[in-house]
Each structure stands twice: as structure tokens, then as C-alpha cells.
Write a protein that binds this ligand. Structure first.
Ligand code: BGC
Length: 795
């Protein structure tokens, strides 16, 4: 476009440098004289977090609807529902003048301990890509840009800014990139956000493989690449590797470096112009539009519906559910009144209306008891009250959950358990009343040593502001549960595939399990989970049969089956199509999800349902790490349909004729990966799979701007240890775990942005501390600076 070229040509070098970073915390750069408006970004992903004070990254946001977290929405297995949520969010974004919504957050859940598991969709890349494609399409079709994040493999929070993930190229492409590939190719989001972590020695914001090669060349991505907040180290390297915008703007620390490169390197300027071209096209496409209104009540009702269609019924023994109106119930647990409905961190919404369960119950038919304190304090009087009320009730509805202090963005969970006082209360209640129905509110999977004591169990994850109204409808059978787990619930943490490799040693983390994440691992190695992937009960029952597969001229395949409601109530069924790929020459998991179809059926009704396999899902190929590409995998495929990953009838065979040439694996050398052994042979087998030395980082003194205090302390820095010891006693680090982890486990370069007083020439004190040069003196100087800058720290 000549007119756009002319505008770009008329920009000064200073203006060009400014385009490559945020104008402030949330806006892209704008130039009035050329009529180029900034584009406003906002978190995301399950509501609009538009902070009231634009200068404050984590400040109070304007009121908006809080939809269920990604983990719960994924449990709907329903692309139509995701599209409805996406459209509603677009309407809201426009009302607030937001052009780009920072979501969906769609990383693969590698471990159930992952701190952002509540935001992410699934352990399965197909399900993630299938659902997020619908969400992104709906946003984009309604005029709001999406930002798929965090590209890529941001599967842990511990040391998230510095951790180097060592992932073999096949697992990277088949698991960690697949959901992004599907969503980027199917739904063309406005932006893709580069993650904090490193992959095989490269930060995502400086990773030419991820951005130049995969995104731009292989996937033909035309949108804008942005960094996660404060993820840029070297702005020049970043741009050359394919990053368009650094967010937010590093308090201009990086501006000077960009300006020098622009003035000295014509190649850099050419790349800058290309980035600016994309940025301007983006801000013009999603023009500023601020309708100012939307129907809050209507959108709140969508939040209720989304929860109803996603909450998972895990157990219903003796038909204890649904409840009958005439039964006397006791509701136990503060979450019934103040639910745990959203996660902490950047996705935190200032909600419109958070429901209290008791508001919906008929007076005289229920009692309420608080039961326990969220901070795990023992309290006999609360227990006594709960027991007394439970004795007099027909049924006990007990809310349990993981308090926000133990689960949030910024750090990983320590275990999969409920707090001790909550578990003890289950035991005591069971003594007085066997009709226990548990409502679990947690960001991720839980161990359930109490499983046998409960007759009914619902998992709500973090169900959004409408969770309690949704629960009311489900408890009383006004709605029929239809959610399915989008991740496996293991019996115990020790069963998880990456147990020994999560979260690594604060510097490197080896993804030794390779493609065996989640059910791919449990099914292949025959490890019985508590609840398999895809599991979810209903008040009715469904049968799935007659799978068929038809190849079409356009390169797609259509899977279909018959779904029948064989129970006595109307409800939504969910056919899950799985494939078992040939695994003689190339190792493959026992089953992989390759299609999903949901349908609402009346009792006795039967229907054919279908799901389309697109070429970018690579169902009939595998990633050949020597050829750096997907190649066809010849052999016999078996397809089946089931109600979860454990119950699949692989009844249909499909043969892809041909000979596999240059297969890069030797069966004998990889006994674990070929499923012949349960345990990996130390790091050696992974090295063989990786086909080369593992790219570990191993930082050593002198430590750099990209080192964290924690990393330096592990390598013996006395200054770093002392700094951490002193600072952990000072507010807000003392009580705010997310902030504390950011300061200690994040690189010191981030402190420079977060606490500007530490920037500029004071950087020498941070280096001095880390590297043990007169560290007491440097600590003192920093102490004085921080005391002066208390306000800066708090922000
Ligand atoms: C998070 C992103 C978020 C950004 C802006 C980062 O810390 O990782 O998901 O969009 O902050 O709030």
C-alpha cells in the first residue's frame, strides 16, 4: 500500500524506535500527525481487565463480567459455547474501548502443579486448538483482536522469566505448538504473545525458530508479535528474531539501543519498517470504537450458562443427585457464599455480580455452616457447628477448595492436596452423615483420599461469577451436568509423568517425558488415574457407536458416529474420537484425541454426529526431527469413539499405504519412549532422543542482568542470599507471594522496570550484590534507595 509506505517513510528514527514498544502499559504507539491511533490492549482472557489507572499494571479494573476460567470452559468440550463467550467478550471490549484482548491463554498443562493451570485449557493440544479457534474466531469476527499466549511452552510459573526448557523438537511441534498452529491458521488472531521462558537456550522473544521460521514461514502468520510484559532482554536481537512490539515499554531502558541500531544498520531499519507496517494495519483494522454499553445482566447470564455447561460431575453414587426440593440440606463452607471463582494475577477481573448459593435456596429447607477457615487454622467451634447441623440434615453439600494464597499466576502449586483442616472436616462429617456431596473449587486437579466418603462430587475449577447459580441449577437437576475433564486427575502426584522434572532447578528443566503428557502417558504406561481425561457424568446416559471415517477431496477427513441418549432425562452428550497411530517404527501414545462432537438429545433420541480432521492437525503424520518437518506416517491407524480416554472402542482400521523411509528412531535405544520400560534411563535416553547434547544454560559468575537472585543464591552468592533473607521480611514481599517470586525468581533486569529507583546507574549495586563484590555495601545502598522508593516497590 503506497499510502502506508509513504507514512512509514515520513516517520523519524525516534518515532520508528517508539513503534517497537508500548506507548505505555497498554497502548501501542500512535502518531497524531499521521492519523495513526494507538491500539488499546487489555487482559484477558475471561473478562475485560481494564485498569482504572492506566499507569498501574495491576491496579483496580473497571467492573466487567467474569466468565469461567479456561480450565473450566475447556471442560465444556463445546466450540459453540466458546464462540458465545468470545462474542460476548468482543462486545464488552468494544464497550470499554479495547481493541486487543490478551487471550486466550492456551499453553499445554504439562504438570497439574502448573500455577496457571486454571487459565490454560488442557493437557491435549487438539482440544486446546479446537476450542481456542472458536473463541478467537468469535472475537475477530466481532471486530476485536485476540492475542494467543504464551508462545510457547509457558507451562510452569517457577522461574518463568529465566527458565530454560529443554524440549525435543518432536514434542515441541506435536504438543506445545500444535494448539497454536491450529488457532493461528484457523482463526488468524491479531497478535501472538511471546512467552517469558526460554526453549532450548533461546528466550521466546529472541527465538528466530519460533517467530521467523515457525510463525511467519511455516504458518504464514501475518499478524503482530508482541512480548509478554517485561520479557524483552535485547530489543535488537528481538526484532531481528521476529518480534514486533516489546510490551510494555521497559521505562525506555531499551529505546536507546533500538535507536542506535536504526541509525547504523539499514537491514534493521528495513525489518523495523515491516514491523511498523503490521502494527499500523492492526491498529487501523481494530479501529477505536467505544459503544460504552452492553447488557450486564444478559452477559452475567452467559457466565452462568458457561459454568452450567462446563462444571464436571465426577461422582453420583446411589443417585444422591439431583437433590429434591423437599430434602433438608446443610451447606458447609464459606465458598458457598464467597466462591473461589477466578484466579490471581493478570487475569483477575473486577466482577459484576458474584452469586451466593444460599440466595437461591428455599428458606426453611437449608442451614449454613462455615465449617473451616481458609487459612488452615483449626477451629473446634466451627467444626462443632458443622457437625451439629449435618446431623439434622438429609444431605450435606460441602464446599471445598484451594485458597488463592496457594494457587495463582506467578508460582506453581506445592502439591495436589486440599488444606488439612478441610480434609479433616470431611472425615468428621462422614461420621455423622453419609450423604456427602462435595463441591470442589480448585484451579487444577486434586488428590482425593476422601473419594470413598463422598457420594457426590462436582469439580467447578474456578467457575466465574455465575458459578453458584450454575451449581444451584445442577444440584437440583434443573440443568443436566455435561462437563468433561480436559485433563487427567491422577490418583497421586507421584503418578505424574514429569514428576522428577518439574519445575527443574530454577535454570533448566528437562521435558524428558517428551510426547507423553497427560493421558498420553497414563494410557500408554497403564497407570490408572483417579479420573481419566474426558471423564464426566450426566444425570442421563449416552451410547456411542458406528464410527466411520471418510476422506474428502479437500484433504480433510470426516469422522462420524452415532450418539444415543439411553437414559431418562434430556442432556448433552459428548463424543470423543480417538486415534491409535502406528507405533512399530515411530513411537506413539496408546490413544490421542482427534475429534469432538457434542449434541443435546432427548431421552431415546439418536443422532449422527461428526468431526472434521484438518490437515494442520497432522493426524496422519509425525514430526521428523532430522527433516525438521511433519512427514507422513504409513501404517495401520485405529479409530474409535469413547466417553473418555480410558474407555475407547478402537473399532475402525484405516491403512495409510506406503513405506516409512529414514525413520530417525532405533527401538532398542529408546525403551522408555517405545513403551517397553516404565522408567527412563537417567538423562541418557533423553539425550539420545534429543539427538545431541542438551542445551543447558548453567549460569555462572559473573552473573548477568538475566540472572535471578535465586539462581545466584543457588550458586553460592552470599549477597543474593542476604538480599532474599532481608527482603522476605518486608512488605509487600512478605505477604504477596506472586510479587516475592517475581523479585527473587525473576531476572534482575525486571527489577529495573518494576522499581525504577533501582535502574540506571544503580544497576551496579544489583550486580555487586549478585556477584559478591562488597555485597554489604551494595546492599546498604540498595536498602536506602528502596526506603526512598517504597511507593515504587508497592506498585
Ligand atoms: C502475563 C500475561 C498478561 C500480561 C499483562 C503477564 O505477566 O503473563 O498473560 O497478559 O502480564 O498483564
Amino acid at each position: 500500500m503506497a499510502e502506508l509506505d509513504a507514512r512509514i517513510a515520513s516517520l523519524t528514527k525516534e518515532e520508528k524506535a517508539r513503534f517497537l514498544r508500548g506507548q505505555d502499559n497498554w497502548n501501542t504507539y500512535g502518531v497524531k500527525r499521521l492519523d495513526i491511533a494507538p491500539a488499546r490492549m487489555s487482559d484477558g482472557p475471561i473478562g475485560i481487565r481494564k485498569v482504572q489507572d492506566e499507569g498501574d499494571m495491576m491496579g483496580v479494573a473497571k467492573t466487567s463480567i467474569c466468565y469461567p476460567s479456561g480450565a473450566l470452559l475447556a471442560a465444556s468440550f463445546d466450540a459453540d459455547l466458546l464462540a458465545q463467550v468470545g462474542s460476548a467478550l468482543a462486545e464488552e471490549a468494544k464497550a470499554y474501548g479495547v481493541q486487543i484482548l490478551l487471550g486466550p491463554a492456551m499453553n499445554i498443562k504439562r504438570s497439574p502443579l502448573g500455577g496457571r493451570g486454571f487459565e490454560y485449557y488442557s493437557e491435549d493440544p487438539y482440544l486446546t486448538g479446537y476450542l481456542t479457534s472458536a473463541y478467537v474466531k468469535a472475537l475477530e469476527e466481532n471486530g476485536v483482536g485476540a492475542s494467543v499466549k504464551h508462545f510457547a511452552a509457558n507451562s510452569q510459573e517457577s522461574s518463568r522469566f529465566v527458565i530454560n526448557e529443554v524440549i525435543d523438537e518432536r514434542a515441541l511441534n506435536e504438543l506445545y505448538l500444535k494448539g497454536f498452529r491450529m488457532t493461528i491458521m484457523n482463526a488468524k488472531p491479531a497478535t501472538a504473545m511471546m512467552s517469558y521462558n526460554q526453549i532450548n537456550g533461546f528466550h521466546s522473544t529472541e527465538n528466530p525458530y519460533l517467530m521467523n521460521q515457525v510463525l511467519r514461514e511455516e504458518w504464514s502468520y501475518q499478524g503482530v508479535t508482541i512480548s509478554d510484559w517485561m520479557a524483552v532482554l535485547d530489543p535488537v536481537k528481538s526484532l531481528l528474531s521476529g518480534l514486533d512490539i516489546e510490551m510494555p515499554n521497559s521505562n525506555d531502558v531499551n529505546y536507546g539501543k533500538t535507536l542506535i541500531a536504526l541509525s547504523t544498520d539499514p537491514q534493521f531499519e528495513k525489518k523495523t519498517d515491516e514491523a511498523i507496517d503490521r502494527i499500523i494495519r492492526m491498529s487501523e483494522k481494530y479501529q477505536k470504537q467505544q459503544s460504552g454499553t452492553y447488557d450486564l445482566n444478559k452477559h452475567h447470564q452467559l457466565a452462568v450458562k458457561a459454568a452450567e455447561e462446563s462444571i464436571i460431575l465426577l461422582k453420583n453414587q446411589d443417585g444422591i443427585l439431583p437433590l429434591r426440593k423437599e430434602e433438608r440440606i446443610v451447606v458447609i463452607g464459606d465458598f458457598a457464599i464467597h466462591p473461589r471463582y477466578q484466579g490471581g494475577g493478570s487475569s483477575h477481573i473486577n466482577p459484576y455480580e458474584v452469586d451466593d448459593l444460599t440466595k437461591f435456596l428455599s428458606a426453611g429447607k437449608f442451614t449454613f455452616s462455615k465449617g473451616y477457615h481458609l487459612d488452615e487454622r483449626e477451629d473446634d467451634s466451627l467444626v462443632k457447628d458443622a457437625l451439629e447441623k449435618a446431623k439434622r440434615a438429609d444431605k450435606v453439600v460441602m464446599y471445598l477448595g484451594v485458597p488463592e494464597a496457594l494457587e495463582s499466576e506467578g508460582f506453581d502449586r506445592a502439591n495436589l492436596r486440599l488444606p488439612k483442616n478441610q480434609m479433616e472436616l470431611i472425615d468428621s462429617l462422614y461420621e455423622v452423615n453419609h450423604n456427602l456431596i462435595l463441591i470442589l473449587m480448585s484451579g487444577g486437579p486434586l488428590e482425593m483420599p476422601f473419594y470413598d466418603k463422598a457420594k457426590g462430587i462436582f469439580e467447578t475449577y474456578l467457575g466465574g461469577e455465575g458459578v453458584n447459580e450454575a451449581l444451584y441449577h445442577l444440584l437440583y437437576g434443573e440443568k443436566n451436568p455435561c462437563g468433561h475433564l480436559a485433563e487427567t486427575f491422577p490418583v497421586k502426584l507421584e503418578d505424574t509423568p514429569c514428576l522428577r522434572d518439574f519445575p527443574g532447578d530454577a535454570t533448566d528443566v528437562l521435558y524428558r517425558e517428551s510426547i507423553y503428557v497427560g493421558y498420553r502417558y497414563y494410557e500408554t504406561y497403564h497407570i490408572k488415574p483417579l479420573f481419566p481425561f474426558g471423564f464426566g457424568l450426566s444425570y442421563t446416559e449416552f451410547s456411542y457407536s458406528d464410527v466411520s471415517l471418510v476422506s474428502k477431496e479437500d484433504g480433510t477427513f470426516v469422522l462420524s458416529c452415532r450418539m444415543k441418549n439411553i437414559g431418562s432425562l434430556p442432556g448433552k452428550g459428548c463424543a470423543q474420537f480417538y486415534v491409535s497411530k502406528p507405533n512399530e517404527e515411530v513411537f506413539n501414545p496408546q490413544v490421542e484425541l482427534c475429534g469432538v462432537a457434542t449434541a443435546f438429545l432427548q431421552p431415546g433420541e439418536e443422532k449422527e454426529v461428526t468431526s472434521v480432521i484438518h490437515p494442520n492437525e497432522e493426524v496422519f503424520s509425525y514430526y521428523h526431527f532430522r527433516k525438521h518437518a511433519f512427514v507422513p506416517l504409513y501404517g495401520t491407524y485405529r479409530f474409535g469413539v469413547g466417553s473418555d480416554s480410558e474407555h475407547v472402542n478402537l473399532s475402525l482400521e484405516y491403512r495409510l499405504k506406503g513405506t516409512n523411509l529414514d525413520v530417525p528412531y532405533e527401538r532398542k535405544a529408546l525403551p522408555f519412549y517405545f513403551g517397553n520400560s516404565h522408567s527412563m534411563n537417567g538423562e541418557r535416553e533423553f539425550e539420545k532422543l534429543f539427538n545431541g547434547p542438551l542445551p543447558k544454560m548453567n549460569p555462572h559468575a559473573p552473573f548477568s542482568l538475566d540472572t535471578s537472585f535465586y539462581q545466584a543464591s543457588l550458586r553460592g552468592s552470599k549477597g543474593a542470599k542476604l538480599f532474599m533473607k532481608i527482603m522476605s521480611g518486608i512488605e509487600p514481599l512478605k505477604s504477596n507471594r506472586m510479587f516475592r517470586e517475581q523479585v527473587f525468581l525473576g531476572p534482575i533486569r525486571c527489577l529495573i522496570y518494576m522499581i525504577p529507583k533501582l535502574g540506571g546507574r544503580n544497576i551496579k549495586h544489583l550486580f555487586g550484590l549478585l556477584n559478591d563484590h562488597h555485597y554489604r555495601y551494595h546492599l546498604l545502598c540498595l536498602g536506602i534507595l528502596m526506603l526512598k522508593g517504597r511507593k515504587g516497590i508497592a506498585q
